[in-house]
Ligand binder design. Structure first.
Ligand code: GTP
Ligand code: MG
Length: 290
């Protein structure tokens, strides 16, 4: 099965486009959440069009799963490419650096706030929306920043029914419904990275292929010794093709199915789950495009 034949996220994109269209006038700042392990593969290609004249903040979420060096590198990358006004690395899971996000929101909205105050408005609320591909951590982040301040601002006339603006801080309101966007899955490679990261349900994936691609990537990154030690491999196993290394993992870890054959599928799942839980160390798997 080719990765690109998978019907990834039917229906989501239209809903998000409607959500943005309906609320665009009210939005000042777009928070685009990406996965710090795959900051390019988890970016949506249409977001520049959707967010138009709005201020943009890229959130490198799941920062707890990558190294500090990688975060620095990606922040520079997005800034140099002018893909965002601000870039903030954080972990919606642990709460790391969420404060920095508030500072970034204040920073990008300062000018607009001042302009409105100069016009004579007594009180200015900056409105923000969260956008991102599935599983990138939108809900976790919203829950974290809404936290105790979850009193909705209410459905005032002109707001879309059922949508809530929630005050998250003095002068900052958040749309409580995040926009789910498609990843840019034009290439097999992007599809594979999304699969490895856990952004796609494993049940619809050729999981052994994904594990082999992951192994290839890990070797490319010079992390053989981690794999070798964790799965009790021998140095000579390294010269095997990926399918065989996967089989060796099953062999050395005594992963057998009922008939006593090697359980390759279990080895594949174990490898990917261990990566996603940072048991193989903290590292990303996207290459930087220049
Ligand atoms: N390690 C780690 N895991 C995270 C972080 N943020 C979210 N997750 C995990 O990622 C998974 C998806 O998080 P959600 O907040 O549900 O993602 P979402 O973007 O709302 O996903 P959809 O609603 O499917 O679009 C969950 O298992 C979270 O626990 C993070 O900063 N670090
Ligand atoms: Mg969600």
């Amino acid at each position: 099965m080719s990765m690109t034949q998978i019907n990834w996220y039917p229906g989501h994109m239209k809903k998000t486009k409607d959500l943005i269209k309906e609320n665009l006038k009210l939005i000042d700042v777009v928070l685009e959440i990406v996965d710090a392990r795959i900051p390019i593969s988890s970016k949506n290609p249409d977001i520049a069009n959707l967010s138009q004249t709005k201020k943009r903040i890229i959130v490198l979420n799941k920062s707890d799963l990558v190294s500090k060096e990688e975060l620095v590198k990606w922040k520079e990358y997005f800034k140099n490419k002018k893909l965002a006004d601000e870039v903030v690395e954080l972990s919606a899971e642990t709460g790391f650096n969420v404060k920095q996000l508030y500072a970034a929101i204040e920073k990008v909205s300062k000018e607009r706030k001042q302009k409105l105050l100069d016009k004579g408005l007594k009180k200015v609320n900056i409105r923000i929306i969260v956008l991102g591909i599935p599983n990138v951590g939108k809900s976790r982040l919203i829950n974290r920043i809404v936290g105790k301040n979850s009193a909705g601002v209410g459905n005032k006339p002109g707001f879309t029914k059922g949508k809530q603006w929630v005050k998250i801080k003095e002068g900052i309101e958040l749309l409580d419904t995040p926009g789910i966007l498609w990843p840019k899955f034009e290439s097999q490679e992007v599809g594979m990275k999304l699969a490895m990261s856990g952004a796609i349900k494993d049940e619809i994936l050729p999981i052994e292929d994904v594990a082999c691609e992951f192994l290839k990537k890990v070797l490319e990154l010079g992390k053989w010794s981690i794999i070798k030690e964790r799965y009790k491999l021998l140095e000579e196993d390294r010269d095997e093709i990926m399918e065989h290394i996967l089989a060796k993992i099953a062999l050395r870890m005594s992963m057998l199915n009922k008939g006593g054959e090697l359980n390759i599928l279990q080895a594949a799942y174990t490898l990917l789950r261990d990566y996603r839980a940072a048991k193989l160390g903290k590292f990303g798997i996207d290459d930087m495009e220049y």
